[in-house]
Design a protein around this ligand. Structure first.
Ligand SMILES: C[S@@+](CC[C@H](N)C(=O)[O-])C[C@H]1O[C@@H](n2cnc3c(N)ncnc32)[C@H](O)[C@@H]1O
Length: 280
């Protein structure tokens, strides 16, 4: 059925979500700079209410709960039961932070909220305009939107290089995927993203580029092993399990020229930092 997010919900509530849950500490470290930027531009004040869309293992929800304090309220929403289990463990002793397992594009979101935030959790909707229009209804008049999403795959070599290498090693010669399809790079085109937000009723839209280094491994080998667990190369590895050792070897070789003297592999992450408001 079109527009029900079925593929993404199934992926995130299955093997993909289980890997994210298992790798929570490593992933949080890898993308911390981008979440910190979201917290900064969200400008949450003590006592405000916040909803974190696609909250996953809860890192941004925890940051926002600390920002609004016990007089505030934070709700994390996600479709992934394994990731929410991690989030709930991390929120023990924080009664003003709760988590809900639901599809944010369709569920009743129990607003109104002062702020809607997301760290890489809003690029997975089959119908993004309808999803943002629905989520906007959960904001109070004048409520703020603040999220981070990836720019295009081509602008993010930390993901594109392992993925291209994996495809070659696996002998996969499929046509290039639709760059706008639900997935991490669906909002890479900033003009399209602006149109989606505008058509879903947001105003004062700002889409700013931001870059931070991503240390994807302490060595090319560990970076390759990480790439086949999480990210675009992992999907190639999932589709060609018998080629996994060759894929890891090939990614290690491709990343070796990018290693620093101590072996660590660091590549730039390129994102959009997005802010907007619901009409007052
Ligand atoms: C790339 S992960 C980011 C997780 C978390 N925000 C972080 O930064 O660690 C994307 C998250 O979006 C969630 N997600 C995907 N589609 C969703 C939907 N329709 N409603 C709610 N969450 C969704 C996934 O389950 C996953 O946790």
């Amino acid at each position: 059925m079109a527009g029900d997010n079925a593929q993404q919900v199934s992926d995130w509530n299955g093997a993909v979500g289980e890997k994210w849950a298992a790798d929570q500490e490593r992933t949080d470290q890898l993308i911390k700079a981008f979440g910190d930027k979201v917290v900064e531009v969200a400008r949450a004040a003590a006592g405000e209410s916040v909803i974190d869309i696609g909250c996953g293992c809860g890192a941004t929800s925890l940051d926002m709960a600390n920002a609004v304090g016990h007089a505030g309220r934070v709700v994390g929403v996600d479709v992934s039961a394994p990731m929410l289990a991690v989030a709930r463990r991390r929120a023990v002793g924080m009664p003003h932070l709760t988590f809900v397992e639901a599809d944010a594009s369709q569920a009743e979101l129990t607003g109104p909220y002062d702020v809607l935030v997301s760290r890489f959790g809003v690029m997975f909707f089959d119908d993004p305009t309808a999803a943002f229009a629905h989520m906007r209804q959960a904001l109070a008049p004048g409520g703020r939107l603040a999220f981070v999403c990836w720019r295009t795959a081509a602008e993010n070599p930390w993901a594109a290089l392992p993925a291209q290498t994996a495809r070659k090693a696996a002998g996969i010669d499929a046509p290039a995927a639709d760059p706008h399809a639900p997935g991490p790079f669906a909002f890479g085109d900033g003009d399209r993203l602006r149109a989606i937000l505008s058509e879903s009723g947001f105003e004062r839209i700002a889409i700013e580029p931001f870059e931070a280094p991503m240390q994807i491994g302490s060595s090319p080998r560990s970076a390759a092993e990480g790439a086949v667990r999480i990210g675009p190369a992992s999907r190639v590895a999932r589709d060609a399990p018998e080629k996994l050792p060759a894929i890891i070897d090939a990614i290690e070789a491709a990343l070796t020229p990018h290693a620093a003297e101590d072996g660590a592999v660091s590549l730039p992450g390129q994102v959009w930092i997005v802010t907007a408001e619901s009409p007052g």
